[in-house]
Write a protein that binds this ligand. Structure first.
Ligand code: G3P
Ligand code: CA
Length: 297
């Protein structure tokens, strides 16, 4: 299905019991998150699409990074030239500065999923990590297009970035322009916790598939929220979704993709509930479960 032309509503159809395996920040359990290598590993591990996080640099470029600071996933804190710039917010760094950071060397010592200690990544793979760069959205979408793949682009909430920072509409427009430039309108699922971005996207690009992200607290009425936003998908954290929500949303034609599902028992439980997609750090495990159940896309 990944190579087919799809309408906005068709992003998840025909389902026929098939469920999407979505590689969270790429296959971040086996490669540094939100890098092209992590995307490559997600593709190799059988994911139907990958998920990435996008933010703006100080000079207005879209870059793929999760945290609002660069400390956790780059070497910025050990770079003498940036010693006076803590907390190293993405919004305070130019694209050139961001691109000069090492976005992979941190992984081996941090070993966030224990795969270095367990031998779950090879020495050859580990040798690829130091020197990885934070991708631009342009590069991430080029990779997606080149592989006939799909991607869930999550726009991070940048509204707190203060006076002079581009507003919601400008941020959304920049993301949409990049998506259009790569001819990926039918292959992108756009999501955000900041629903204002989704409203702007719906107005500017009606053909784009949108997903409402929610976390921490279950909305009073997820169905009303999705109807109001006009989204084709609902992305709840696994702790706040209920079986009844899944049934009600699917009955109204809204797909449910749950994050972040890394344990096999949780995957099976959500699949039993009838979800449409699993957003996971371990796509290989997810792919195996889906294949075994005959639910692989
Ligand atoms: O899109 C699902 C998930 O990525 C949202 O949370 O913090 O991992 O970006 P976070
Ligand atoms: Ca994300």
């Amino acid at each position: 299905m990944s190579g087919a032309t799809m309408s906005r509503e068709g992003y998840f159809a025909p389902r026929e019991g098939r469920v999407l395996c979505i590689a969270h920040r790429g296959a971040r359990s086996v490669a540094p998150e939100n890098t092209i290598l992590a995307a490559q590993r997600g593709l190799e591990e059988g994911a139907d699409l990958w998920e990435l996080d996008v933010q703006l640099t100080a000079d207005g470029h879209l870059v793929v990074v999760h945290d609002d600071t660069l400390e956790r996933t780059t070497d910025v804190a050990s770079r003498p030239e940036y010693a006076g710039r803590a907390p190293w917010r993405v919004r305070d760094f130019t694209l050139d500065e961001v691109r000069g950071l090492d976005a992979g060397g941190w992984y081996q010592a941090a070993d966030p999923f224990g795969v270095v200690a367990s031998g779950g990544v090879t020495a050859d793979d580990l040798a690829l990590f130091p020197g990885l760069r934070i991708p631009t959205l342009d590069e991430a979408l080029a990779f997606t297009a080149d592989h006939g793949w799909r991607v869930n682009v999550e726009i991070k909430d940048m509204a707190a970035n203060g006076p002079g920072y581009p507003g919601d509409e400008a941020v959304t427009r920049a993301v949409l322009e990049c998506i259009r430039a790569h001819g990926l309108t039918e292959r992108v699922l756009l999501s955000s916790f900041r629903h204002a971005y989704l409203r702007h996207a719906a107005a500017m690009e009606p053909a784009l598939a949108l997903a409402a992200l929610v976390e921490d607290v279950r909305p009073d009425d997820p169905m009303a929220l999705c109807r109001d936003l006009g989204v084709v998908a609902y992305h709840p954290g696994g702790d706040i979704v209920t079986e009844a929500d899944v049934a009600a949303l699917r009955a109204m034609g809204v797909a449910v993709n749950v994050w972040t599902v890394n344990e096999e028992a949780d995957m099976r439980r959500f699949l039993d509930w009838g979800v449409d997609g699993l957003i996971t750090d371990v796509p290989l495990l997810c792919w195996g479960v889906l294949r075994e159940r005959g639910q692989g896309a």
